[in-house]
Design a protein around this ligand. Structure first.
Ligand code: X8Z
Ligand code: ZN
Length: 616
């Protein structure tokens, strides 16, 4: 996985993996002076599909090994395989231009368009450098650890990998400890800031050679609409969600002021990022114990139950598989269980960031994830299997169509399923003893909003930052300044300490270090509520969306599967229509889901304003 170009080479997609091409670039684009014909174009497409498929498989395997065993050698091998792939995909992208004005059957025209959405690095040294930098940044992120300084008289504390630091962010309520873990992790990424800046230059060179303004424009061109129209659509969706986010932010700030005191949390303006329960302040559900309503009715704590039962990684994955099979989908192939990595190895460095891999475009699907028995990982394994069930569903499509309708669809499938992990469902599968009273839904709604509503501005700003970086508007010296300007503007969060000289806070996020586009998650968070609403209605459930679970509903499952099988063979609005009847991205489903919470938050915020005045 880590297809250089996951959108194209679905088979090497490690969904959630970066986006680089590789390349054997051998022959430069053949320039023929004869007029191109339809038959020649079709032969070209078929040959390209076959060759990219083959090199993609090699690159996918090399990447799998590199991320499972981070060493200098595996990094070199994956860089070489990706370099080969990049050469071929670039040569193909260039040559495809020869056929762009031909009148072709719709499928061929679409394939040609997909082939052209690629970087072209014609210089072998550029390709090698690009692939090398990409492999090395992913490896550096995967093996980074914070080694706290020794204190006088005490033993040298152990170095901490990201997982341990995240756990501190999630569970500690000691502001000093939180700040130390936060700063400790953010001190790791400056090591590859220079590499990132070089990588950006090379990537832009490749995008420009293909006629794109820069790599950001190339990324935005992958949504069946003009790059500018896509950016405008993101903004439209953000404006739909913004009032809900602002209500949640205001409530959270009041409650954190009560918990940490006015010296740590201001009455207005941004919230210090280390106090939000997550390394990137991207999801705030870990704050639930501090924020829950007075008469909490969230029910039992899934994390506590999973821990108490010592639920294994395989058992967690079996629960997720069981959800998909209940919808009428197949069981995961035996090889999934043999080849996946589901727990963190004790003896070596691996890239622990969860990912789903489709190695051969048929059924060699795998997950790589360091699963722990928590509610968060329970949801994440449903997310990862969503990628795999999508891969399996479109495996009969031709290679170029073996991909999501767009990358946001790929990210939305498992999340849609996870929205059906309701208390009623958990009770059904024996993971909850009692079901909270349906009249008391604010607790669970708040919990879900802390995951998903809190996430929206983060998911928006990550690529806003990268668009600025790729366009050259933001230079390396201003990476952090621009990053925090966006974090303050959209998320309303602030850095826990002044900007570090030569800092690279963006690089402390996996998707920046591994160059994986992020707008996909923003889209996925809008889409999953649209899918959920439509599938619930398909299942005949007309009640509140947060109470609906499509578990075991074959009718809803069939509808979903029908869309999954389309892969990327059609423009995404057609895929959306197949499930929802709608052709536009629309956040009203999300707003409908959270409507009772919005009313509650508004009421709370009015009241809290009064009590907060006494705090000062
Ligand atoms: O990276 C992921 C998945 C793999 S595609 C675990 N996610 C984003 C993140 O962790 O930042 C899922 C939600 C957002
Ligand atoms: Zn994903």
């Amino acid at each position: 996985m880590r297809p250089f170009q996951p959108r194209l080479i679905a088979l090497l997609v490690a969904s959630c993996a970066a986006s680089m091409p590789a390349g054997a670039a051998t022959k430069a684009a053949t320039t023929s002076t004869a007029k191109p014909t339809v038959a020649e174009a079709q032969r070209f497409i078929a040959d390209s599909e076959r060759d990219l498929d083959r090199l993609g498989l090699d690159a996918g395997r090399a990447e799998w090994v590199a991320e499972n065993f981070i060493t200098l050698d595996t990094e070199t091998l994956t860089a070489q395989a990706n370099e080969q792939y990049l050469g071929l995909s670039g040569a193909v992208a260039l040559k495809a231009g020869r056929y762009k004005d031909l009148k072709l059957p719709a499928d061929d025209a679409r394939k040609l368009m997909l082939l052209r959405q690629n970087l072209v690095l014609s210089d072998g040294a550029d390709r090698a450098a690009y692939a090398r930098l990409a492999a090395s940044m992913t490896g550096a992120y995967g093996k980074a650890k914070y080694c706290p300084p020794a204190t006088a008289g005490a033993a040298q504390p152990a170095c901490m990998p990201l997982g341990e630091l995240e756990k501190i962010l999630a569970t500690s309520h000691d502001p000093a400890r939180l700040k130390d873990a936060w700063l400790g992790w953010h001190a790791q990424s400056p090591a590859y800031k220079g590499d990132y800046a070089k990588y950006v230059e090379l990537s832009n060179k490749g995008a420009r050679a293909m006629g794109f303004a820069d790599t950001g424009a190339l990324w935005r061109s992958r949504y069946d609409m003009a790059p500018d129209a896509f950016a405008a659509d993101m903004e439209r969706l953000w404006q739909q969600v913004r009032p809900l986010y602002e209500a949640l932010h205001t409530y959270t700030r009041y409650k954190l002021r009560q918990a940490y005191g006015p010296a740590n949390v201001p009455a207005s303006g941004p919230i210090p990022a280390h106090l939000l329960g997550n390394m990137w302040a991207q999801s705030w559900d870990n704050l639930y114990p501090l924020l829950k309503p007075a008469n909490d009715a969230k029910g039992e704590d899934l994390t506590a139950l999973l821990e108490e039962r010592k639920t294994t990684a395989v058992e967690m994955t079996r629960y997720a598989e069981g959800f998909y099979t209940s919808l009428g989908m197949r069981k995961l192939p035996q090889t999934f269980w043999e080849r996946s990595l589901l727990t963190k190895p004790r003896d070596r460095d691996v890239v622990c960031h969860a990912s789903a891999w489709d190695l051969d475009g048929k059924d060699d699907v795998r997950v790589k994830m360091c699963i722990t028995p928590t509610a968060e990982d329970f949801r994440t394994i449903h997310h990862e299997l969503g990628h795999l069930y999508y891969d399996l569903a479109y495996s009969t499509q031709p290679p170029l169509f073996k991909n999501g309708a767009n990358d946001g669809f790929h990210e939305a499938i498992g999340d849609t399923v996870a929205l059906s992990i309701t208390p009623a469902y958990l009770k059904k599968v024996g993971l909850m003893k009692t079901e909270p009273d349906p009249s008391q839904d604010i607790g669970p709604l708040l919990y879900t909003a802390l995951q998903k509503v809190a996430f929206m501005p983060f998911a928006y700003m990550v690529d806003k930052w990268r668009w600025q970086v790729y366009s050259g508007q933001v230079k390396p010296a201003d990476y952090d300044k621009a990053w925090w300007a966006l974090k303050e503007q959209y998320q309303g969060v602030s850095r826990p300490a002044p900007l570090a000289a030569d800092g690279f806070d963006a690089g402390a996020k996996f998707h920046v270090a591994s160059d994986t586009p992020y707008a996909r998650y923003f889209l996925a968070h809008v889409l999953q509520f649209q899918f959920h609403r439509a599938l619930c209605r398909e299942a005949g459930d007309t009640g509140p969306l947060n109470r609906c679970s499509i578990y075991a509903n074959k009718k809803a499952g069939a509808k979903f599967q029908q869309m999954l099988e389309m892969g990327t063979s059609k423009p995404w609005p057609e895929a959306l229509k197949a499930v929802t009847g709608e052709e536009r991205l629309d956040a009203t489903a999300m707003l409908e889901y959270f409507a009772p919470l919005k009313a509650w938050l508004d009421a709370q915020n009015k009241q809290l304003a009064v009590t907060d005045a006494q705090l000062k």
